[in-house]
Ligand binder design. Structure first.
Ligand code: DAU
Length: 258
């Protein structure tokens, strides 16, 4: 399995602090934001990693991360997204890198308390399809939201005004190689982006998307409120812990079908 960190986009929700730098280079407590998603992949045993970035500060990632020595990597791959056409557009740039392998994708502003080792192991046993991770939140309208019926995810809505559940789809996705064919079929959404939620709904239509609940805290860091929350959570408890929480065995596995 290969890993992809998506660190493009304009970070406009954090203007003016992202006017002269990329959001993922901002500090979260004692490290640059992008360190956390890379560590999440490394902790899951993934050693071949591609970082997708864009904008005017792309060169700063190379200066900061080099070949990934800080993470014990021999090599780090980079590619450049022209503009900010959406998460799925950024992921589409990983097609050649993936070379037909399965991939674990993580958004560059997503930080977790623990690790995704069990989800990755469970996905490896899955013959095909994808896997998403869910987290119950009080502000679901900010995220992709799973509609759940009889313990099955029957659809996902991107930032719904009236969420059908409080289960947010977090920014960590496991996909088989058909993800790129699905990305080629996407049409831009109302906000002009290729949406990762549409990719996940293609998998649901196929009946090949599975879900698990993530254990420990999860946050994004793309708004002032969530960036502050991320800083406070990391300062208080630390992130990317390898130790399992007490409830980690209680994984909710669900087949997702429409
Ligand atoms: O954090 C989880 C949420 O992330 C999911 O629940 C949503 O379904 C998903 O759409 C996404 O929502 P956001 O509105 O928070 O996504 P945002 O535009 O902030 O992008 C998240 C990351 O994706 C960003 O840190 C960098 C990367 N990205 C984004 C865009 C739009 C790119 O690499 N290129 C892009 O063009």
């Amino acid at each position: 399995m290969k890993g992809v960190v998506l660190a493009g986009g304009s970070g406009s929700r954090l203007f003016p602090i992202t006017r002269v730098t990329n959001k993922h280079l901002l500090p979260v407590y004692d490290k640059p934001m992008v360190y956390y998603p890379i560590q999440t992949l490394v902790n899951a045993g993934i050693r071949e990693i591609l970082l997708v970035t864009g904008g005017k500060n792309a060169g700063d990632f190379l200066r900061l991360l080099g070949n990934g020595k800080h993470f014990g990597l021999k090599h780090l791959n980079y590619t450049y997204q022209e503009g900010e056409g959406g998460i799925a557009e950024a992921l589409g740039l990983a097609e050649d890198f993936a070379e037909g392998d399965t991939i674990c994708v993580i958004l560059g502003d997503n930080i977790i308390e623990t690790n995704i080792c069990s989800a990755v192991e469970n996905f490896k046993k899955q013959e095909r399809g994808g896997k998403i991770l869910l987290k119950e939140v009080s502000d679901a309208e900010r995220f992709g939201v799973a509609e759940i019926r009889e313990n099955q995810v029957i659809g996902i809505e991107e930032k719904p005004h009236v969420p059908k559940s409080n289960h947010a789809v977090i920014g960590i996705y496991l996909y088989d190689p058909t993800v790129f064919e699905k990305i080629h079929r996407l049409k831009p959404s109302g906000r002009g982006e290729l949406e990762i939620t549409d990719v996940n709904n293609f998998y649901i239509e196929e009946g090949t998307l599975t879900c698990e609940k993530l254990h420990g805290w999860w946050t994004d860091a793309g708004t002032f409120e969530s960036l502050l929350r991320a800083n406070n959570l990391v300062a208080k408890t630390g992130a990317n812990k390898m130790t399992e929480t007490n409830d980690s065995a209680a994984v909710m596995s669900m087949e997702a079908t429409r």
